[in-house]
Ligand binder design. Structure first.
Ligand SMILES: Nc1ncnc2c1ncn2[C@@H]1O[C@H](COP(=O)(O)OP(=O)(O)O)[C@@H](O)[C@H]1O
Ligand SMILES: O=P(O)(O)OC[C@H]1O[C@H](OP(=O)(O)OP(=O)(O)O)[C@H](O)[C@@H]1O
Length: 195
């Protein structure tokens, strides 16, 4: 995934965060990658690179891979504006992303349904985008993705966190079909967020 590490400067103060959530295999990373390619030249659109206790070369997500001790130290030092645990891994969104929103960027983060309350309390303007796909489609995709073994895939498919609280700004995009259908829908949503 394309990511921007630097803080964009000199932007109007109307930034917001867009947190992308949804079940494993629905295509969150793929839809974000599609949009990242579309907005590659747009300095106001920032895709957050997550810090994860997963080896840096595992999977296609361009994350920052750290060990558990490093993650814990970073968390203690206040490096993350939001962090959570799932699937036996720790995930963190770096504080710079919150700063970028304050400077007017539209920051897209790959989040967690379970951790949504923390996103809501952290980002003053937040839109929640749920990427979905039919269960059988997700099972097939996870097997083909090959990042996890059969047991871990089954656990991911079984995971059912509570739905977002009522009254939040939420949109759902179905990615059961071709990627460009969901990708185009996400690009439209980001285009609206820029205006
Ligand atoms: N619309 C699509 N059609 C076909 N394959 C897809 C589609 N969206 C994603 N995939 C594939 O499905 C797998 C899971 O997608 P991924 O983006 O990693 O999902 P998530 O981040 O939600 O777990 C990947 O191998 C990806 O290439
Ligand atoms: O609370 P939940 O919504 O269930 O999400 C839990 C975690 O699962 C996903 O991680 P990851 O990218 O490692 O897995 P995935 O690509 O299989 O979804 C997601 O990005 C969260 O970090």
């Amino acid at each position: 995934m394309l990511t921007v590490d630097a803080q964009p400067a000199g932007l109007a103060e109307d930034g917001m965060a867009i947190v992308v959530v949804g079940p494993s295999g629905a295509g969150k990373d793929s839809v974000m990658d599609y949009a990242a390619r579309h907005f590659a030249e747009n300095a106001r659109i920032v895709f957050a690179r997550r810090v994860i206790t997963r080896p840096a070369d595992a999977g296609s997500e361009a994350h920052i891979g750290v060990d558990a001790a490093t993650f814990s130290r970073m968390k203690q030092e206040g490096a993350f504006c939001v962090s959570w645990e799932a699937h036996g891994l720790c995930y963190g969104i770096r504080r710079e992303m919150l700063d970028a929103v304050g400077q007017g960027a539209v920051v897209i983060v790959n989040g967690s349904r379970q951790a949504l309350p923390d996103f809501v309390s952290t980002f003053p303007r937040l839109k929640i985008v749920t990427i979905t796909a039919h269960a059988e489609v997700r099972a097939e995709r996870l097997a083909k993705r090959g990042r996890e073994g059969a047991g871990a895939i089954a656990a991911r498919l079984d995971r059912q966190p509570r739905p977002p609280a009522a009254g939040l700004d939420t949109v759902t995009i179905d990615n059961s079909g071709p990627l460009d259908v969901a990708g185009t829908a996400f690009v439209s949503l980001l285009t609206s967020a820029l205006n």
